[in-house]
Design a protein around this ligand. Structure first.
Ligand code: PLP
Length: 398
């Protein structure tokens, strides 16, 4: 099943209040740690659930109107009943996992999920008596075989980092639903503008809002969307664990989201143009981009995504040293981790995210020292293409 993905009109208006206090167009930032009550009767009415405002709060850790408005916008774009914001993507992942689990449970993880998510499951959840099984990207036979009576959820990303594997979301949902296992998809790379996990039957969608949602590389945040019942469970735990979003961060994310669809349109176009240009360059060994027919998941991606995103990974001939020269030779791209913002960023994963690993350890997890990850920004497509090709040309001539 396909749901219509959000367009730019929705990115600007979805979930936005039409009338605000003092008639401001832009939201005021509710910078407050606590909330007041007119008198004891007012407080007692609030706790009895009789307040006229269902969103009224008593204390900042339990809710904030600036944060809440952005949550409602994320829920609207994700086609979900409700959504929550967190201090970071990892706070969203960990709070969601804790809300679904107890000791003795089991979780299934696709092997190529974000390494901190993997570390959380392997190093933290295992200490608390939660077992796990790691399965290969897209291996649904392994998924079916891994499900146990105590399996609570299976987690995947789509696309994944850095090889941009895309999984068939409907199939993932269908297999897990049959076994009453919840599905969690980290859709940070896809955003609500490029894929619709909820529309395809996924239970919970997680985003690192530090990436495309905010879009300006200037704020950290995380989000989770899903049914009211599941979100309510996670909200209760967020109030205990405390990984809440600051209202200023929410305002930045809310503002960034207004241009989400526009940015994604440009980043999809530039990603595809860069990937095609790289594939035609003699210094490039292999390109990983789901929009290219050469990508192993191209068919799945073409069926379930509107565009293929702004991250392109590729290996160059000449190994680690040649890849470093390409990274150093770019002028538009800045050398930095992260992705999804307006600035083009470039990194060599063996030196950045996996810097502590030896060549043997890198080989064991399938990371080539010659691998480069490029996250295209919103600069002119030709400028980004020219920048990367220029750095590759310089390599050939050296
Ligand atoms: N999920 C994915 C796919 C990521 O790439 C990241 C961070 O890079 C995270 C989650 C964690 O997000 P944050 O850095 O906002 O905690």
């Amino acid at each position: 099943m396909k749901t219509a993905l959000p367009n730019s009109t929705e990115a600007v208006h979805a979930g936005v209040l039409r009338q605000r206090p003092s008639h401001t167009l832009a939201p005021a930032i509710a910078q407050t740690a606590t909330y007041t009550f007119a008198n004891t009767a007012d407080l007692e009415r609030y706790f009895a659930g009789g307040d006229a405002d269902p969103e009224r709060q008593e204390y900042g850790r339990y809710g904030n109107p600036t944060v809440r408005e952005v949550e409602q916008r994320i829920a609207a774009l994700d086609r979900a009943e409700d959504a929550l914001l967190f201090a970071s993507g990892m706070a969203a992942v960990t709070t969601t996992a804790f809300a679904l689990l107890k000791a003795g449970d089991h979780v299934i993880l696709f092997r190529d999920v974000y390494r901190r998510t993997r570390q959380f499951v392997i190093n933290v959840l295992s200490r608390l008596g939660v077992e796990h099984t790691l399965i290969d990207p897209g291996a649904f036979d392994q998924l079916e075989a891994a499900i146990r009576p105590r399996t609570r959820f299976a987690l995947s990303e789509s696309p994944t980092n850095p090889y941009l594997h895309c999984i068939d979301l409907s199939r993932f949902a269908e297999i897990c639903k049959k076994a009453r296992v919840k599905t969690v998809v980290d859709a940070t790379f896809a955003t609500p503008c490029n894929s619709d996990p909820i529309g395809r039957g996924i239970d919970l969608v997680v985003h690192s809002a530090s990436k495309y949602l905010s879009g300006h590389n200037d704020v950290l945040g995380g989000a989770v969307s899903g049914s009211s019942a599941l979100i309510s469970l996670i909200r209760d735990l967020r109030s205990v664990l405390g990984g809440i979003m600051d209202p200023h961060a929410a305002a930045l994310i809310g503002r960034g989201m207004k241009t989400l669809a526009l940015r994604i349109e440009r980043q999809n176009a530039t990603g595809l143009a860069v990937a095609r240009a790289l594939e035609a360059h003699p210094a490039v060994e292999r390109v990983f981009y789901p929009g290219l027919p050469s990508h192993p998941d191209h068919k799945v991606a073409a069926e379930q995504m509107r565009g293929f995103g702004g991250v392109v990974s590729f290996t160059v001939r000449g190994g680690r040293e040649a890849a470093s020269r390409v990274v150093d030779g770019t002028r538009v791209a800045a050398i930095a981790p992260s992705f999804g913002g307006v600035e083009t960023l470039i990194e060599q994963p063996c030196i950045m995210s996996f810097h502590e690993l030896s060549d043997e350890q890198l080989a064991a997890i399938g990371i080539s020292p010659a691998l480069i990850r490029l996250s295209v920004g919103i600069e002119e497509t030709e400028d980004v293409v020219r920048d990367v090709l220029g750095a590759l040309d310089a390599l050939g001539g050296a």
